[in-house]
Design a protein around this ligand. Structure first.
Ligand code: ATP
Length: 236
């Protein structure tokens, strides 16, 4: 049997007395494109950070491609994480940041990969500029390039469209579609339903730290918004 790309076993997260994520079971098959939606503070980022292993769960276990993330640190290379924290080094240039991450992941043909990544997110003209002088959109472009430079099979994307101009959103959309075609697995949290709906094949709605909807998806952004609103009303 092929191991699931993501397997969460009773994973939960508390911040003091606040339950950000109730014990949650979730299995995502290889190649699935799962959209995570929910109101502000619902627990989407918390979920993604737990799956990535950058936040320690209060209980439960995370398996990536069949291996426990905690005891198989090398498995982290299978993950590409994009969050609100850019994970970029301010004093390094765009190119130096990509070089740092390509070394961290022991990528083969580093120069080629760096060139490709800069090209992909149209960063060439800013490649020698320090990140400290980057605009929000420039940072987001570089963060995307950084998140995928090691060709991770599992992509955890938190608001990937945030701060991008329309042309770059389109570029990102094409890139995500291409990665999906090549069998990558996605867990994407976003409020931009119009961008996310066409790519998703499963949708999860989170409300106050609990998954209240988990179903296959092929609909439009407006149908997604309706689903979100109707399920929310049912839980109130
Ligand atoms: P948004 O759509 O606004 O990004 P979200 O669904 O991603 O929201 P989370 O960031 O996961 O929401 O937050 C879930 C809950 O956990 C919120 O109540 C938030 O205030 C709380 N929370 C998140 N991180 C921390 C932290 N480091 N310390 C304390 N509480 C936190």
């Amino acid at each position: 049997m092929v191991a699931a790309a993501i397997d969460l076993q009773k994973i939960s997260k508390n911040f003091g007395s606040l339950v950000a994520l109730h014990p949650t079971e979730l299995t995502v098959s290889k190649g699935e494109y799962v959209l995570v939606i929910g109101a502000n503070g619902a627990g989407k980022t918390t979920l993604l950070r737990l799956v990535a292993g950058v936040s320690r769960p209060s209980s439960g276990r995370v398996f990536i491609c069949g291996k426990n993330l905690r005891t198989n640190a090398e498995n982290r290379a299978k993950i590409g994480l994009l969050t609100h924290h850019s994970m970029l080094y301010e004093d390094l240039t765009a190119e130096e940041n990509l070089r740092f991450y390509s070394q961290l992941y022991c990528i083969k043909e580093k120069d080629l990969k760096i060139e490709h990544s800069l090209e992909l997110m149209d960063l060439n003209r800013w490649r020698h500029r320090k990140v400290s002088g980057f605009s929000r959109g420039m940072r987001q472009r570089l963060s995307i390039a950084r998140a995928i430079i090691h060709n991770p099979s599992v992509l955890l994307l938190d608001e990937p469209y945030s701060g991008l101009d329309p042309t770059t959103r389109e570029t990102l959309q094409k890139l995500l579609l291409e990665l999906k075609t090549h069998g990558h697995t996605f867990l994407m949290a976003t409020h931009r339903l119009e961008d996310a709906a066409p790519l998703a094949d499963r949708v999860i709605v989170i409300e106050t730290g609990q998954i209240i909807v988990d179903e296959p998806w092929q609909g439009s952004a407006s149908e997604l918004a309706k689903l979100f609103e109707s399920r929310k009303e049912r839980t109130l």
